[in-house]
Design a binder for this molecule. Structure first.
Ligand code: RIB
Ligand code: CA
Length: 313
């Protein structure tokens, strides 16, 4: 089993990513670290605990609270996408147990040191926790096996979801992303170029009927599907974070190449842009494995089949 830490800003698609990771039985989830992102950090922690309690009521997977704000910039929430509560109004009445005391960046360092060469970090929120961890312990770049990041866009210029050039996770803390991209960590970027193709439709959600996840997935994604319909005239919701987990479960889902990628932190209309040097104009060492294409049908099948494993339980 692949040893992983999930770093989340739960959010609706983070919740689906957590369920995919937990139900896949192919990932040894050492813990889930929470970061300020879609919603404020305390809401992220509560939502993450709720989703893990939906998975199994024994609180077997620990949750660690992380950064409450970006490294430098002001907070920038996505309430319009995920709702004020961050879960589209789902699981409102669920009570949660307390999270762990250790600070999330310290947990990342502790586990990377303990499992040298074996730990994959799955980052599906802003990169603040990882930037703080690598700043405190630069040897992380030697200890961590791989960092798989949901973020950015590289080929589909102008099709960002926060600015025309910029995707939310990077935009919400571009300075943190720049620190991570220049840290020497082995990074794979699962960007909007592929995640926007991983579309979950209402028809596919209906296939979860009979599982304990059906109500939650249908209710939590309603606001998300509505926003996609209004803003992009698209039917369904993009499974940005679940695809990032999917790529760790089955790396053959995506086609990748490695290039030099940097992050814009000074741009007036391009703050948070992930700039990929396809023609090596800058002559810099390639540092990021980018995703050029995805077998999105096979991924959606994987997502639905993994969550159905709980049929009628
Ligand atoms: O741009 C999509 C990303 O931003 C996803 O991780 C979503 O949860 C939000 O954090
Ligand atoms: Ca997220």
């Amino acid at each position: 089993m692949e040893k992983v830490i999930l770093d989340v800003d739960t959010g609706i698609d983070d919740a689906l990513a957590i369920l995919l990771a937990a139900e896949s039985k192919q990932l040894d989830i050492l813990g889930v670290t929470a970061v300020n992102g879609n919603v404020p950090i305390d809401t992220v922690v509560t939502n993450t605990k709720k989703v893990l309690q939906l998975f199994d009521n024994m609180n077997t997977i620990p949750v660690y609270k992380g950064a409450h704000q970006p490294i430098l910039r002001s907070t920038h929430y996505a309430f319009h996408v995920h709702g004020e509560d961050g879960l589209g109004g789902a699981l409102q009445d669920m009570e949660v147990a307390k999270n762990e005391d250790m600070y999330a960046p310290d947990f990342i360092i502790e586990q990377a040191r303990k499992h040298k060469g074996e730990l994959t970090l799955i980052m599906v929120g802003p990169l603040t926790n990882l930037a703080l961890a690598v700043q405190k312990e630069p040897r992380l770049s030697d200890w961590v096996k791989k960092v798989v990041v949901m973020g950015g866009l590289v080929s589909e210029g102008g099709k960002g979801n926060t600015l025309p050039t910029s995707e939310f996770n990077i935009y919400a803390d571009a300075e943190a992303a720049k620190m991570v991209f220049h840290s020497g960590l082995r990074i794979q970027l699962v960007s909007l170029d592929v995640t926007l193709k991983a579309f979950l439709t209402k028809e596919r959600i209906e296939q979860l009927k009979g599982t304990k996840y059906y109500e939650f997935v249908m209710q939590s994604t309603e606001i998300y599907r509505e926003m996609a319909r209004k803003k992009f005239d698209l039917e369904g919701c993009a499974l940005h974070d679940p695809l990032t987990v999917g790529v760790v479960i089955d790396p053959t889902l995506v086609e990748t190449e490695t290039y030099y990628v940097d992050v814009e932190t000074k741009g007036e209309i391009s703050y948070g842009q992930t700039v990929c040097d396809f023609r090596n104009l800058l002559g810099k060492e390639p540092n990021v494995e980018i995703c050029l294409d995805v077998d999105h049908k096979r991924f959606i099948d994987l997502f639905i089949e993994t969550l159905r494993v709980n049929e009628n339980k």
